[in-house]
Design a protein around this ligand. Structure first.
Ligand code: MTE
Length: 337
């Protein structure tokens, strides 16, 4: 697979923080909202809800998503004092190798992915395995907005308002057995609609696989996301269901999930299989442990340009140390990168 990697020099410019905050409010407008029940209106009329993303196309959300929207817990977790990345950057600068290796490829090619109907399998070491239509899978959960930093291992970052629910809530539902030690996630494998899976250059043994230790998965910050910027996920961002683990490098946040398995052994993950000396299982954001080919001490916050590179220091666990550092007590983070 062709992988475009940043040069270490990418992060040497001065830090310029953008002040353009995209968290603007708007009035109740937008085609996908037109069918809302009247009972939902007072909440919508209160501008403290999804109506905040004025510059975002409302999309064409599936019915189950639109029905859940009015009960969303907005800003359940947020990032103070840092601008939300413009929607355009978050949806046009992507990594989704199933649709190509350039940052613009997913936006260009992921339209071929059909996300309705969508089936999610939960299996392995669980008391309640199942095969669900996504709308049934989602039934028990209230949506929460989680505004998180996303730090890619390639040393760029964004701040994204996700919508989803805690992974721990799913785990409680499916009742892991005493043998379950890890959770393994699998992306759709469908070479007919995913050109990257047909490519002769691909080093990836599809499907894309990621995993977490069970206690990491139970951490309240770990979510399964179905939306962003007050609307459903776009295909290039991993529609209709993706993982978001904000204290880890972005490659852990596996997209377009079709299978979630509770397992005894640490799963072999995609990037580990490609280059285990560069990409570990833990992949915790750590400014003190450099990638073999570039520094992880700094990052380029998007939007970034030649004249405004917008470089800042990377924070330990991406700024979430208070919430997650205790998961790694006694673990050598240099060895377990
Ligand atoms: N999931 C799948 N299935 N395929 C991928 O190529 N790329 C990962 C992750 N999830 C990837 C994936 C990487 S490297 C990053 S940085 C994030 O998705 C990027 O998420 P975004 O494009 O929504 O910003």
């Amino acid at each position: 697979m062709l992988i475009k990697l940043p040069k270490a020099s990418d992060c040497k410019e001065s830090d310029v923080t953008p002040e353009s905050l995209y968290l603007s409010r708007r009035t109740l407008l937008g085609s996908s909202l037109a069918g809302l029940a009247v009972s939902a209106l007072p909440r919508w009329a209160n501008a403290d809800d999804a109506s905040r993303y004025a510059d975002v196309d409302p999309g064409h959300a599936p019915g189950w998503f639109t029905e859940k929207l009015p009960q969303t817990k907005w800003q359940a977790i947020t990032v103070k004092g840092e601008a939300i990345t413009p929607f355009k950057d978050a949806t046009h600068y992507n990594n989704f190798y199933e649709f190509g290796t350039s940052k613009g490829d997913p936006a260009q090619n992921a339209g071929s992915l059909k996300t309705e109907p969508w089936t999610v399998v939960v299996d392995g070491e669980v008391g309640k395995p199942g095969r669900y239509a996504l709308e049934d899978f989602m039934k028990p959960y209230q949506l929460e907005e989680r505004i998180y930093r996303l730090r890619c291992v390639e040393a760029w970052s964004m701040v994204i308002p996700w919508m989803g629910f805690p992974l721990s809530a799913l785990l409680k539902q499916v009742e892991p057995t005493s043998k379950a030690k890890f959770i393994r996630f699998e992306t759709l494998k469908d070479p007919k609609v995913m050109p990257g899976q047909r490519s002769d250059f691909a080093l990836i043994d599809w499907p894309y696989v990621e995993g977490l230790r069970l206690d990491e998965a139970m951490n309240p910050l770990a979510i399964l996301a179905v939306g962003m910027y007050g609307r459903e996920l776009l295909n290039q961002n991993g529609a209709p269901l993706r993982l978001v683990v904000p204290w880890k490098y972005g490659f852990k946040s596996v997209k377009s999930i079709v299978r979630i398995s509770l397992v005894e052994e640490q799963p072999k993950t995609t990037w580990q299989s490609i280059a285990s000396n560069e990409y570990g299982f833990y992949a915790n954001v750590n400014p003190q442990v450099d990638h073999p080919r570039w520094t992880q001490a700094r990052e380029r916050r998007l939007p970034s340009s030649l004249f405004s590179p917008n470089v800042r220091d990377t924070q330990m666990f991406n700024g979430y140390a208070d919430e997650v550092a205790s998961l790694y007590t006694g673990l050598d983070l240099r060895k377990n990168y």
